[in-house]
Design a binder for this molecule. Structure first.
Ligand code: NDP
Ligand code: 2IT
Length: 450
């Protein structure tokens, strides 16, 4: 182990190091690949960053916490899950990032999410380090009492590793406002402190306005910037959204406000195809439906009499595709289908939803493609605003936060243009990665390469 060193700054050498340190961490390796592939030429051209030690450190988490989460189910069985918190990088501020409860969670997935968070948080322009956590616990079919017990057990271990100055979790898949409330309540009992240690709280007890909407709204603000930059507009464009959770719902809401026609949404079982378009009222039905963890999007089709199919919605013809469910949900063949159907823009609401091959195809076909670390950064940006409000013990209005969110998304778009322009085309992946990297690398160098 001690002999493992980065031999040179090349993609092969970096991936070899990742594999040697942590064999088989496929999702983490994919995230490192995506970032490094696009920044290596920049690093080689800039002496300041052309340093194997710096790159070795940026791909190694500062700290990884894994713990047992014991809980009791409704039938009185003693159950156990595994909990994680990867505190990846604190060069820019306290560790910041969500918690995911999903059966697929493992160390590789949490590491990929925390790694992506480094560059995303840097792009927001706020002082946020990066982390991610969660558990392989499946919230589906659980009673509310089981959820409360699980959340209490989870934070009963994690609480000693976090604080409002050190590490501030938030939500992600399977962790919404309800779960944040249960986690926060138990943290408060354990510490007797009412602090901004977690974001995504209800507004009545310290949460920020616009935090529930932030990721989805931010995504559409980014898409609008992207289209305007290329002389296009949102008006009358058809939109396909995957997922029907937090990000997907508010992406849909803002897309409707912008005058687009949303024709599909999905869950892990299948997708609805509403040729008449999802309306505000129909979206309210989805929001209500999804309050119960086990409800399925198929119930929308039953209620409104539209098509429902198993699988993913990428075979549908649309102008704008917004993957808002999970990683690797859009493959090369899906990208091919979308391109053949004339897609104009693909913007990621989820983290790493498009595979590397899909992204390359979009870029080759001149589809406007936005990577999640840029286009879904609105959520963590408003989390950062929630931290500021908590620290100052004040609350900003909906309009104030929404305006700040719009400014952050515009500025991220601008950074992508600045560092990603290549002749006629903008490589948003490259722009986001380089802009995100520069700020973190400068801070690490200034702090003695730690
Ligand atoms: P939710 O739990 O609210 O919703 C997740 C949605 O994605 C559900 O519709 C779910 O379907 C679907 N989904 C989850 N896993 C899978 C899977 N393996 N295959 C197919 N569909 C799946 O989560 P969020 O909306 O908060 O998160 C969605 C994505 O956005 C994630 O990638 C997350 O990391 C990312 N993100 C979230 C942010 C936030 O602020 N919440 C911020 C930035 C990014 P089902 O109900 O069937 O499981
Ligand atoms: O992936 C993400 O950026 C999130 N899940 C939100 C993180 C946060 O701290 O608000």
């Amino acid at each position: 182990m001690s002999d493992i060193r980065l031999k040179e700054i090349s993609l092969d050498a970096i991936l070899e190091l990742v594999e040697a340190r942590d064999p088989g961490q496929i999702a983490f390796r994919q995230a490192v690949h995506e970032v490094m592939e696009s920044i290596i030429p920049f690093i080689r051209e800039n002496k300041k960053y052309n340093n194997t030690g710096l790159i070795e450190r940026i791909i190694e988490p500062e700290r990884m916490i894994m713990f047992r989460v014991p809980w009791e189910d409704k039938d009185g069985n003693y159950r156990v899950n595994r909990g994680y918190r990867v505190q990846f990088n604190s060069a820019l501020g306290p560790y910041k990032g969500g918690l995911r409860f999903h059966p697929s969670v493992n160390l590789s997935i949490i590491k990929f999410l925390a790694f992506e968070q480094i560059f995303k948080n840097s792009l927001t322009g706020l002082n946020l380090g990066a982390g991610k956590g969660g558990s392989d616990f499946d919230p589906k079919e659980k009673t509310e009492a089981e959820m409360i017990r699980f959340c209490q057990s989870f934070i009963s271990e994690l609480y000693r590793h976090i604080s409002s100055e050190k590490d501030i979790p938030a939500g992600d898949i399977g962790v919404g406002e309800k779960e944040i409330g249960y986690i926060y309540g138990q943290y408060k009992r354990l510490t007797s402190r009412f602090t901004g240690v977690i974001t995504g709280k209800g507004v009545e007890y310290g949460g920020s306005t616009v935090r529930p909407q932030a990721t989805g709204f931010g995504l559409l603000y980014f898409v609008e910037e992207m289209l305007h930059h290329h002389g296009e507009s949102m008006e009358n464009k058809s939109v396909v959204i995957s997922g029907s959770g937090n990000v997907a719902q508010y992406a849909c809401e803002k897309a409707l406000e912008k005058g687009t026609r949303v024709i599909a949404m999905s869950d892990s079982n299948g997708f609805i195809h509403d040729k008449d378009g999802i309306t505000k009222e129909k979206l309210d039905f989805i929001k209500e439906l999804k309050k119960e963890r086990h409800n399925r999007i198929q119930q929308y089709a039953e209620k409104f009499g539209c098509d429902y199919s198993e699988g993913k919605p990428w075979g549908l013809k649309c102008d704008i595709a917004l993957p808002c469910a999970t990683q690797n949900e859009l493959h090369e063949t899906d990208a091919q289908n979308l391109i053949e159907n004339g897609v104009l823009c693909v913007a990621e609401g989820a983290n790493m939803p498009c595979t590397d091959a899909a992204i390359k195809l979009f870029q080759k076909s001149k589809v406007f493609y936005a990577p999640g670390k840029a286009s879904n950064a609105g959520g963590v940006a408003v989390s950062g605003m929630e931290m500021s409000q908590n620290a100052r013990r004040l609350s900003w209005t909906y309009e104030e936060v929404d305006k700040k969110l719009l400014e952050v998304m515009k500025s991220i778009h601008q950074k992508c243009v600045q560092f990603g322009t290549n002749g006629e085309q903008i490589n948003y992946m490259k722009g986001a990665n380089i802009a995100g990297f520069i700020k973190v690398a400068d801070a690490m160098i200034a702090q003695g390469y730690v």
